[in-house]
Design a protein around this ligand. Structure first.
Ligand SMILES: C[S@@+](CC[C@H](N)C(=O)[O-])C[C@H]1O[C@@H](n2cnc3c(N)ncnc32)[C@H](O)[C@@H]1O
Length: 278
């Protein structure tokens, strides 16, 4: 199965209904966009744009799939160029064109290309945004190199929710546990150093690394409340000297081992990196 067939298959199987909803892969393309527009992830992402690229207007969205983010940004008034290699009308560029027409948007252009092959002029964008696509790079250095090249000096690269792995075994564990890899075989992940080295090579300065539990951008569909509750319980338990931990009931003791990103297969990270002036 290819990616489009995989998504069409899981849409029909009720066992995947929650996954389809939380990954914005419903057959109803408008529903996906409206869900994403209301998400905490989008809210936090816009806060990052306001902080790191306060005057940013021109966004290049790379690997934008069915266009949830590209359309959301265009509806917020940004000038968007959307790049997606898959032509599909349900998970790719075709879907974005349908949504552009549905929302009657003039401020979005759609291109079919891999990130490694984009032909935009250099120094053209305020923000290059890449959601869950950097880890699919065929050539990570070239992928990020092109993102860096098309950014204006002082512009930002914003990568969102990319899988990270720490070694070979960790990567195998991630691939075994990924719910869709068994269908389409296209999953991948890099280490945090590989992502950051590619950014530095592309003349970018890494300003922010959001690890898995640092932001709802990464840990959604878990909620902020759930994470804060566990953290507060963990803090309480950690105040009790280890010597007495055996006295604690198991349901309390379990908090000490929670919020450990190593226990989450292929946990996601997000990055902000600024293009150097020289
Ligand atoms: C998990 S989907 C994410 C789609 C969308 N950004 C989102 O968050 O819903 C990954 C996307 O990256 C695209 N992709 C894969 N390899 C790519 C590459 N080398 N350059 C650009 N996009 C790529 C795929 O076609 C797919 O649409």
């Amino acid at each position: 199965m290819n990616w489009e067939e995989t998504i069409q298959f899981i849409r029909k199987d009720p066992a995947y209904a929650n996954l389809v909803e939380k990954t914005y892969f419903d057959e109803d393309l408008v529903l996906n966009i409206e869900r994403f527009r209301k998400s905490k992830e989008l809210e936090e992402t816009i806060q990052l744009f306001k902080k790191y690229a306060p005057h940013g207007k021109k966004i290049l969205d790379i690997g934008c799939g069915n266009g949830i983010s590209s359309i959301a940004f265009a509806l917020l008034g940004y000038q968007v160029d959307a790049v997606e290699p898959d032509a599909s009308t349900t998970v790719g560029a075709g879907a974005i064109r349908l949504m552009k027409a549905h929302y009657q948007l003039e401020n979005i252009k759609v291109y079919e290309s891999f990130a490694e092959d984009i032909s935009f002029p250099s120094n053209a964008f305020d923000i290059v945004y890449i959601r869950q696509a950097m880890h699919h790079a065929n050539d990570l250095t070239k992928f990020i190199g092109e993102a860096g090249r098309v950014l204006k000096p002082g512009g930002i690269l914003c990568t969102i929710r990319d899988h990270v792995v720490f070694d070979k075994e960790d990567k195998e564990w991630f691939l075994e546990n990924h719910p869709l890899h068994k269908f389409y075989g296209g999953e991948n992940a890099f280490s945090p150093s590989e992502y950051k080295e590619a950014m530095i090579k592309a003349n970018l300065k890494v300003d922010l690394e959001l690890k898995y539990f640092d932001s709802i951008i990464n840990y959604f569909p878990k909620t902020k409340q759930q994470i804060e509750f566990i953290q507060s319980r963990k803090n309480l338990v950690n105040k009790i000297p280890n010597l007495f931990h055996f006295l604690l009931p198991q349901r309390i003791k379990k908090y000490t081992t929670q919020l450990d990103e190593k226990k989450v297969p292929g946990r996601m990270y997000s990055y902000i990196a600024t293009k150097n002036n020289a």
